[in-house]
Ligand binder design. Structure first.
Ligand code: HGY
Ligand code: MN
Ligand code: MN
Ligand code: MN
Length: 400
């Protein structure tokens, strides 16, 4: 496919959810509805049947959607707060273009091909990543999901109702999963391994285990100008120690740890805080190492809190186990793509959740700078076009 064909379709979606500082496309917001409407328009233009499942995931089908062995592709529209354009949408745009490529070749379908747009992959609004696929696979309790709140206290149930979707239906969808023969997600690479190797497209081997923890620090609010150091119980101090300790524990163990979100109460320049809430994201090549990082951090911060006279609690939010993608499918895809490189990733994906239930593969498209989850995220049009060709080859091999 030529780069300009990719660019034409890409440009149509580009304005949706764009702000002066990257993309804000959160689930069940106006931006999300615009993305969904764009998706419906693309499906209708291709005579593909559109369907929303009980968990709000959206599908477009080429071929009879109820037949068994369907080949599903796609990704997600939602972004992290002020994220990039490619993480998610690239997999959906590429899927429609891959269907076009197969049809131009007059490929005959043996099994239906579906394109999915999964709900809230980033957890950017309600805090749990891969919300749509976790619900579908039964990895997330629907009662807990309905009560999840966003930053302004709106529950998932309320947000879905406002978008005209019944939250009463949330929950496992085993029949849908049983009908799937394979899932293939194309995604921008979130790193520079392909750039270093000089390849436009790669294949995923594994996803590192990872998770989110809510760290809460409590102390005593007081006057910044009159409270002697000896009299303070300052949760900011313990929090600052925790940020450094997270990095140290992760570095020593060979994993990664990030504190990218923090809320300070009351958040006044001239007052000692009374409470700090922080969110830890930790990842590692294996689960033992991940546990080692988080428990090492918790015990060191606990000791420090005792010295600071502050309170400290850590609560697991979401955890994602190690994912090893289906080896037969992975090898088949890599061989089909002329020996494409096979690489692990530290990023989570709906493909990782579905991999426990359906043979699943992922394709990565080169990201020259490696930047992701930030406005500067970008990929070359020619590489994106190569990604479409690769996806069309894989879908053609599996479904035609
Ligand atoms: O955070 C992640 O790894 C993913 O991109 N949701
Ligand atoms: Mn992401
Ligand atoms: Mn993504
Ligand atoms: Mn005063």
């Amino acid at each position: 496919m030529d780069a300009s064909t990719f660019r034409r379709m890409w440009d149509e979606l580009l304005p949706v959810g764009r702000t002066e500082n990257g993309y804000v496309r959160h689930s069940w917001t106006d931006a999300d509805q615009s993305c969904r409407n764009w998706f419906r328009g693309q499906a209708e233009a291709r005579d593909m049947a559109v369907e929303t499942d009980r968990n709000g995931n959206l599908y477009a089908w080429w071929g009879p959607r109820r037949s068994r062995g369907a080949i599903l592709t796609g990704s997600h529209f939602d972004s992290v707060p002020h994220g990039g354009a490619y993480d998610g949408p690239l997999g959906i745009v590429s899927a429609f273009l891959a269907v076009d490529a197969l049809r131009e070749r007059d490929a005959t379908l043996q099994r239906p091909i579906g394109i999915a747009a999964f709900t809230e992959e980033e957890g950017g609004r309600f805090g749990v990543p891969c919300l749509g696929t976790r619900l579908m696979t039964g990895a997330l309790d629907p009662d807990r999901a309905r009560k999840l709140t966003d930053a302004s206290g709106i529950t998932l149930a309320e947000a879905m109702e406002a978008a005209g979707v019944d939250p009463g239906g949330l929950g496992p969808d085993p029949e849908r999963l049983e009908r799937l023969g394979a899932f293939v997600e194309l995604h921008i690479e979130q790193g520079r391994a392909l750039e270093a190797d000089g390849d436009a497209v790669g294949v995923a081997s594994a996803i590192w285990p990872h998770g989110r923890w809510r760290l809460t620090f409590t102390g005593e609010g007081n006057h910044a100008g009159t409270t002697l150091f000896a009299d303070r119980r300052d949760p900011m101090l313990t929090f600052a120690f925790a940020v450094l300790a997270a990095r140290k524990e992760a570095r020593l163990a060979g994993g990664l740890a990030t504190v990218g979100r923090v809320e300070v109460d009351p958040g006044a320049t001239n007052a000692i805080a009374k409470r700090v809430d922080a969110w830890l994201d930790a990842r590692a090549p294996d689960e033992a190492t991940l546990n080692e990082i988080v428990s090492g951090l918790e015990s060191k911060v606990g000791e420090r809190a005792a010295r600071d006279g502050t309170g400290f609690t850590s609560r697991a939010g979401s955890e994602s186990p190690l994912v090893g993608f289906d080896e037969d499918l992975r090898d088949r895809v890599a061989a089909l793509l002329g020996g494409a490189p096979v690489l692990p990733t530290g990023a989570g994906h709906d493909a990782g959740v579905l991999a426990a239930h359906v043979p699943t593969a992922m394709l990565f498209v080169r990201n020259e700078t490696g930047v992701s989850h930030a406005p500067a995220e970008t990929a070359d049009d020619a590489d994106c076009a190569a990604g479409v060709d690769a996806l069309a080859a894989v879908l053609g091999d599996l479904a035609c």
